[in-house]
Design a binder for this molecule. Structure first.
Ligand code: DGJ
Length: 731
């Protein structure tokens, strides 16, 4: 059992292989947070909390004039409202009588084996190799009977705890949730913590920022209706001295694909509080008597062994526990060529077949027909929503096109943008009220398209039916599911005016229902997500998509930063990355080496390549398969940080048994006649001898030497050279 309840101490210890999380039913039945850190035995850590009479921090009435007990200074599991705690909080509810108060006290708990699931929201699952137990703790307001169940699933071997909250309106009247976070995390000592986040923008997603906590509320959020290019729903809190190898790091990854919020406050006593969940901006959710509301889940991890270990925890978990598709583990994903940067909207069946024939010799195994094959779609101003084949372009019809591609020995993939509608489309002409638009106003256009109101059942059913019809009409192996604008004009014609604060969240729930109806009903199709690149790259999406298009920016050197940032939480196997014609000064081999830090493919017109270039691509496609297991299932190490003024950027993937590794080094800035540079490997067996093959040489060295002295990197080479060193253990 990964959860120990100590009846006499009233402590719950959530035990993973290497960590302990402890909470306790404390004075006046408030649920206290005591500890999250390295694994300790079943001991009561209440001794950590000292109480003082703090001025201007009031005391609950039933503490009976005891001035040293104030929620403003106490670490708690879920923070209440209007009880003298002035910090950021977990819940804000307007009660049936109009008051804003929630005083949650422990009423019950239960412990069971297996992971919790949520109503309409994706969660992680236990594999047959996992030990998973769940704790549910119910806190309730004695006056309103509004209750919150705190959910904790402990994935013992994975060092991951999944958390969420479920609100139950146990009163008699309707209540309104103004804010409901998935979790609260209090730190007794926050002054030595740094906040790490992954901000970005379109074309430059998931860069890395690390900042000191200071005495204010730090907000990381998206209000764009998608998890967004601008911020990712992941943050880490790390000790100021923490590095890749050493120091305490706490990771928080939210399984949600809409507007989210993570707040961290360093309070007046240098305690830190973190909350994470649905963005409360433009949010308000009404609950009738007896109704429940589930928040999305957060995946938490802790390690005192540095940032690399934190990333490994997430990589393993995202690979094993999010998605049951056979393309995650069992079936190698083919080398694909996507037609977007090859042809944009200018293609027909004949051109696609020509590209496919030329691509075959590059080692391409699947052709993906991107945007432009449906409705009336010759540019991005029309056609979205009309999910039927444009027979002016695909003159032979879809089944025949797919058969001809299959006859070349290649698989076929197709693109959709389900959630959108063009004003110039049959769908919009038939159902103008299905687009999100606030009555009396005109909707914001973006890429000249509108968002469908996916919160509506009939819209969901239309999408499921029309897209499944295409998927079932031909031998389709792969789908790219795109979205190319943020969500604005939050309004649903299906909801009364006083429930419009629910639209943003209901959109996300509707989207998951649509994805259930299309993706989960087609287990033999490989699905890749996309949001104008990586604008909705989050763990909830990875429960549906085996990979996610990282960015519309295919410039290889920019991708060095993108991969580095993404790798804090996302595994290589989830990051779509292609070789394109962008950055002509960078050789194909370097572009390919960088794309192998993702799922690898091409995004170019194969008919325009010289024979020599085709042969070079073929060699790289072969390498993708050769290193597939290492890259997809090994441990990934960041070796050199592209955000620093380095001359070399490097990373390593190492097999779990530590007997094989691939070290990739890219020269980004070599000055003439400069010093010899070395790249130090990581995660090798110190006294094991390795054969190292790369840069045209073979040499032998121990793991200790390779980790502490490194590999000397040739320097009199052209700019942007990539070296791939293959390390194998020898006797
Ligand atoms: C944005 C995607 O990121 C691109 O790869 C491409 O699919 C376009 N949309 C098509 O409109």
């Amino acid at each position: 059992m990964a959860i120990i309840y100590n009846e006499s101490k009233k402590t719950f210890s959530l035990q993973t292989l290497n960590t302990t999380y402890q909470l306790k039913i404390g004075n006046l039945n408030y649920v206290k947070h005591l500890f999250y850190g390295p694994r300790i035995n079943d001991e009561d850590l209440i001794y950590l909390i000292r109480r003082y009479d703090r001025g201007f921090s009031g005391n609950p009435y039933d503490s009976l004039k005891e001035r040293t007990f104030s929620l403003d200074a106490q670490p708690q599991e879920f923070t209440t409202q209007q009880q003298g705690d002035f910090r950021i909080n977990s819940i804000e509810v307007q009660n049936a009588d109009g008051s804003f108060s929630f005083n949650g006290r422990y009423v019950s708990h239960k412990i069971y084996s297996g992971a919790f699931t949520l109503n309409g929201l994706p969660t992680a699952f236990a594999t047959e190799n996992d030990t998973v137990d769940t704790l549910e703790v119910v806190i309730e307001d004695a006056v309103t009977h509004v209750a919150v169940t705190l959910l904790y699933s402990v994935f013992e071997e994975k060092d991951i705890i999944m958390r969420a909250a479920r609100v139950h309106n146990g009163g008699e009247g309707m209540i309104r949730l103004k804010r409901i976070m998935s979790m609260n995390m209090d730190y007794l000592n926050g002054q030595n913590l740094d906040l790490i986040s992954l901000p970005g923008r379109y074309g430059q997603e998931r860069q890395v920022e690390r900042q000191m906590l200071t005495h204010h509320v730090h907000k990381i959020r998206s209000g764009r209706g998608i998890s967004s290019h601008q911020q990712n729903p992941f943050i880490a809190l790390a000790e100021r001295t923490a590095t890749e190898e050493y120091g305490s790091c706490y990771g928080f990854s939210l399984m949600y694909s809409g507007s989210f919020l993570a707040e961290v406050e360093l309070d007046q006593y240098d305690q830190a509080r973190l909350v994470m969940g649905i963005n409360d901006r433009l949010f308000s959710y009404h609950l009738e008597a007896g109704e429940d509301f589930d928040t999305p889940a957060v995946l938490m991890t802790y390690t005192h062994k540095g940032l690399a270990r934190m990333s490994h925890r997430y990589h393993d978990f995202f690979r094993d526990n999010l998605n049951r598709s056979k393309f995650v583990m069992d079936v190698q994903r083919p080398v694909l060529l996507n037609t977007w940067e090859a042809a944009f909207f200018d293609f027909d069946d004949v051109k696609l077949l020509k590209i496919a024939k030329a691509a075959k010799d590059m080692g391409v195994e699947m052709i993906v027909m991107d945007d432009g094959w449906f409705g009336k779609r010759d540019d991005d101003n029309s056609g979205l929503g009309d999910w039927f084949v444009n027979e002016n372009k695909i003159k032979c019809g879809l089944p025949s096109l797919v058969e001809q591609i299959n006859a070349l020995g290649m698989k076929f993939g197709i693109w959709f943008e389900p959630e959108m509608v063009s004003e110039d489309s049959d769908l919009f002409r038939a159902h103008p009220d299905w687009a999100m638009e606030i009555p009396g106003r005109r909707a914001v256009r973006s890429r000249n398209q509108l968002a469908l109101d996916v919160s509506r059942r009939e819209v969901q059913d239309y999408l499921i039916e029309s897209i499944n019809r295409i998927l079932d009409s031909a031998n389709i192996y792969y789908v790219k599911w795109d979205i190319n604008r943020a969500i604005t004009d939050l309004w649903s014609n299906d909801l009364p005016g006083d429930q419009q604060g629910e639209v943003s969240h209901r959109y996300v729930l509707g989207l998951y229902r649509v994805m259930d109806g299309i993706i989960k009903t087609h287990p033999d199709i490989m699905f890749e997500g996309c949001a104008g690149g990586g604008g909705r790259f989050d763990p909830a999406m990875l429960t549906y998509f085996v990979q996610y298009w990282s960015s519309d920016n295919t410039r290889p050197l920019d991708n060095l930063k993108l991969h580095y940032g993404s790798s804090f939480v996302y595994p290589i196997s989830s990051m779509g990355a292609h070789v394109s014609t962008a950055s002509p000064m960078v050789p194909i081999e370097t572009k390919a080496a960088i794309a192998m830090c993702g799922t690898f493919g091409y995004e170019l017109d194969a008919t325009h390549l010289s024979e020599e270039a085709v042969a070079r691509c073929k060699a790289m496609s072969d390498l993708y398969h050769k290193y597939y297991d290492l890259n997809f299932f090994g441990d990934y190490y960041r070796l050199a940080n592209p955000f620093e003024p380095v001359n070399l950027v490097a990373w390593e993937t190492r097999a779990k048994d530590m007997r094989e590794a691939l070290v990739t080094v890219v020269t980004v800035n070599l000055t003439m006649n400069g010093p010899q540079e070395y790249i130090k490997c990581k995660g090798l067996i110190p006294d094991q001898r390795y054969r190292v093959e790369g840069d045209g040489n073979v040499f032998f060295a121990s793991g200790m030497a390779l980790m502490h002295a490194g590999i000397p990197i040739p320097r009199e080479v052209p700019e942007f050279t990539a070296f791939m060193y293959h390390l194998t253990a020898v006797e």
